[in-house]
Design a binder for this molecule. Sequence first.
Ligand code: BLA
Length: 761
Amino acid sequence: MTKFQMDLAKLEREPIHTQNLIQPHGVLLVLQEPDLEILQVSENISFILKIAPEIAVGKTLGDILDPFQVERLKTGLSSENFDYINPTKVWVRTGGDDFVVFDAVFHRNVDGLLILELEPAISQENIPFLSFYHLARASINQLEETKNLREFCNIIVKEVRKVTEFDRVMLYRFDEDGHGVVLAEEKREDMESYLGLHYPESDIPRPARKLLSSNWIRLIPDAKAIAVGMYPPVNPQSGIIQDEPSINQPLDLTHSILRSASPCHLEYLHNMGVGSSLTISLIKEGKLWGLIACHHQTAKYVPYELRKACEFLGRVVFSEISNREETEDYDYRMRLAYIQSQLIDYMSEAENFVEGLVSYEPNILDLTNAQGAAICNNGQWTLLGKTPIEEDLDYLVQWLQRNVHEEIFVTDSLANYYPDADKYKDVASGLLAIPISQRNYLLWFRPEVIQTVNWGGNPSKAYEHSHSQGTLRLSPRKSFELWKERVRLTSLPWKKVEIQSALELRKAIVNIILKQADELAQLARDLERSNAELKRFAYVASHDLQEPLNHVSNYVQLLEMRYEDKLDVSGKEFIGFAVAGVSLMQNLIDDVLAYSKVDLQGAEFTLTDANVALERALNNLQSSIRKSKAEITCHNLPTVMADSTQLMQMFQNLIGNGIKFRSQRSLTIEINAERLDDSWLFSVKDNGIGIEPQFSDRIFVIFQRLHTRDEYPGTGMGLAICKKIVECHRGNIWVESELDQGATFYFTIPVGGKRDRRDGR
Ligand code: BLA
């Protein structure tokens, strides 16, 4: 920033409440309590009250007004609330029998000084209450019947114009950026209209807006009048009162009714052709929402009471504007609330919240009335409607990640913040973005809508600056002629209710995600518990079951031995059944134990040579291999990350099955392996009886058998164990077969062992 720019910025922000100048139509006195000694007066006292300022200072108020009037005022001043005495009519003798009647208005400024302002009373009657009442009653009655904000604003300006008789009364609303627009206007017919015109922020700079938020009504009865200063220019008491070295501080006139407007603003009024003005602040939730701006071509005085009535209108009735603004969108809000509840329902029912947002009617587009929406869920995009392409969205999210740290980012002109957006302005000039987490985003888009904004004069030439005698001066533009601006790269604005809905949806999604994480954790806990139970069962099976079984087995054998001679053929046969039954039971228990032992925690993953595992399996199977005369071949077996015992068990079970389910043909079993992208595919192929394809899933289920035990002995656990082992290695197992055509069992073992892609490594 250059020094020149700094000066310019400073000038724009110059304080205006301490200029020490007042408008000449009234007199301002700074008084010392309790005697009401005059400390400072406006220099025009000599002109209006016919007392020289040097003489007035040091006197008391009682020396100027009649003592009985002063007593009354003192009583009023003893109360905290000056509303009871403001305004009070006072009479001042200006020589001989001449009296002038004034409205006396008191206030205490921020430094605690008592300030009395005397304005010539226009009417000597007590009109206040009547006008007050009339204005308020009539307006409120009418206002109650209005349906929308615009109509409401129209009635306000009409009513204010009726009672004040200004040439022009406008209702002006501020935008977020400080610029404003004329929403309603009532005026003399021969004047040109300002309705719908926008005015730049610098027309009412920040200090002026701040002042308007604390002082709700401002009258400039004669914009051409020459301001008067104070005598003495600096209040002799201000340092003492504040108890700090602020002696040279000028008088704070924030709440003064006579304070002179800044020269820049007076010039502004002059350029606009305004002779007098009345400005009423409209405050919503503590913030300056807008103004009622009244203009008259010539000088015009408005009595204090009437001004107060207007202020009252602004104050009380404006609370209604706030309501109106809210109820304006009532139906729309209700609709959005309904859509929101639908989406939440869909999301909580769907497996994935994204599906709930896009797959049904209404969908996420309806929630904000957007033309496009994109959901980024762990780096995956789901798009709906008109959106930029995924690659552009990736960049956009990166930008958001770096630059947006709030829970929402809303703009109707994305390219203003993120120039790359220019290229997809047709779909995304407007963006509403809510981050859900670092990698999860919800984005809504609106296309560019080229708009025309009507300005009261060219806003880029809102003021001129000039150097004179080394100082920089700002002066307002001379021309307020209609200036049309074409606004590009901008979408229709996002409404407050739409933004609110998006925020509420964010809350719901966060809740759903948290809840799902909770459920997953619960599932993991359940799984852990059932695993522990299974282990306990295995223990019980091995000990508690095996023990009585051994008993049965021992006693049956004892029976066989001791009573062999006494048993007939059936008796021996029965004992034979009992022994077979016991041995089957023992196998079952062994298999269930083996099954329950296969679990992730128990497995030890090491580099395992599959050839070695196979060899161990063949070794265990050697007697049945010999008996069946099986010819077993193997090729290309790799070294894999696996639990070597479990891999051996896999081969043993699969080859054992091949042997068990052999056909009449001479049995061949072929073991093979093949490298896929990220896993090894093993196959065990036999030429046995085969399996009908329809049963190819069932055979892997625990205790499922396709044949009776008489046809083929066994527990029906072998393949269930295989399946569990493969799952433990994060692989798959399946069979391909036709009846009587042999069977090929396939299983995969990930190259990296159990650390598959799901772990993201
Ligand atoms: C004040 N400018 C104002 C006020 C209004 C406007 C309403 C408050 C007036 C008051 O308190 O009485 C502007 N008036 C408007 C607009 C319309 C209207 C936009 O009727 C539209 C129809 N103004 C400039 C420049 C400067 C500036 C260049 O244009 C200087 C940087 C300053 N305006 C300015 C200041 C005030 C002001 C300093 C405060 C005046 C004061 O209270 O002393």
